[in-house]
Design a protein around this ligand. Structure first.
Ligand SMILES: C[S@@+](CC[C@H](N)C(=O)[O-])C[C@H]1O[C@@H](n2cnc3c(N)ncnc32)[C@H](O)[C@@H]1O
Length: 303
């Protein structure tokens, strides 16, 4: 029906502060405006008919900054007005679902294949990147695996292992850095035995033990920006984030990840993600029930 897509009307509740929160309308033009803003600022592709995502996720931003409508918000974004506004909108629009030892296999592979291989290669201080780490569960799961590996082999890596968690969401990074989780969050994937050994009770829930935290660093980082300052990595976990990007951004991110991996380094994707058609720089390997990608040894220009 002509015009149907152009004006989709979603009704919101009467706003608490008494201003007209957009009267709940997302016009086709506004929708396109937010799509373009998100694609350009963080690579997220807002699919068709996701108007409800805009209205539900941006409502708190409208209230916080005192905007009357999505139209007002978009205008301010376009003209670069509002301190921290762009970051706040990106933060609100990201999907941050995560949990401990998600999908199992990557962490088994780390323990049984990757750490032994790095030890055998006499790597003195392996570096592992948890790209798009959300609230830190993936990053700390990696550090727990390393901790248990080193318990049995205290001299495996003279410089220990560095684990770097990065994300674009300041809210998620704040939680990750705090390292304190509610019991309900720990119940999502963390075996009780690991909780007893690697966490201690805290007024707000459970806190990651200092020895697990000590090797972890969290950085605010947009995967669309240059990677050079991050240094080189032996292993990259890049899981459940590429699905939100366009094919072009995926290819670009994978190319740049290849450049910061050491020769023969490993890339691990999410269970529903694959490299198919996006990069020829990696070779797929099956280990146990999991899949990982090894950077081909041919030299690449670094940068
Ligand atoms: C679904 S979570 C995945 C978390 C974790 N890797 C896992 O698999 O459980 C996706 C994360 O990607 C982050 N993200 C989205 N776009 C990003 C970008 N351009 N740069 C960095 N992080 C981004 C989001 O903030 C979110 O925390």
């Amino acid at each position: 029906m002509p015009g149907l897509q152009a004006r989709i009307v979603l009704r919101w509740q009467v706003p608490k502060r008494g201003y007209d929160v957009a009267s709940g309308e997302v016009t086709g033009e506004e929708y396109e405006g937010f799509r373009a803003f998100l694609a350009e600022s963080c690579g997220i592709v807002l699919g068709e008919n996701k108007q409800y995502l805009l209205t539900t996720r941006l409502r708190p931003v409208l209230e916080e900054f005192g905007f009357a409508s999505l139209h007002d918000l978009l205008e301010h974004l376009r003209h670069g007005v509002g301190l921290g506004l762009r970051e706040r909108v990106v933060d609100a629009m990201t999907t941050n679902e995560t949990y401990w030892f998600r999908d199992g296999h990557p962490f088994d592979i780390l323990a049984t294949t990757l750490l032994p291989e790095l030890q055998q290669r006499r790597c003195t201080m392996p570096r592992i990147w948890s790209a798009a780490c959300s609230s830190g569960q993936e990053t700390y799961s990696i550090s727990i695996v390393v901790q248990d590996y080193l318990r049995a082999r205290p001299h495996a890596f003279p410089g220990d292992v560095q684990v770097v968690g990065t994300d674009i969401s300041p809210t998620m990074l704040e939680k990750a850095r705090a390292g304190v989780y509610y019991k309900s969050e720990l119940l999502r994937g963390l075996p009780a035995e690991l909780r007893e050994r690697h966490f201690r009770r805290h007024s707000g829930g459970w806190e990651v033990a200092p020895r697990v935290r000590a090797r972890v660093r969290f950085l605010d980082f947009n995967l669309l920006k240059p990677y050079t300052l991050l240094g080189r990595f032996d292993v990259i976990f890049c899981r459940n984030v590429l699905i939100y990007f366009s094919s072009e951004s995926r290819r670009d991110i994978l190319d740049r990840m290849a450049k910061v991996l050491v020769p023969g380094g490993y890339l691990i994707l999410g269970a529903s993600e694959s490299l198919s058609g996006h990069s020829s720089k990696f070779q797929m390997a099956r280990v146990g029930g999991g899949i990982l990608y090894r950077l081909r040894e041919s030299p690449h220009p670094r940068g």
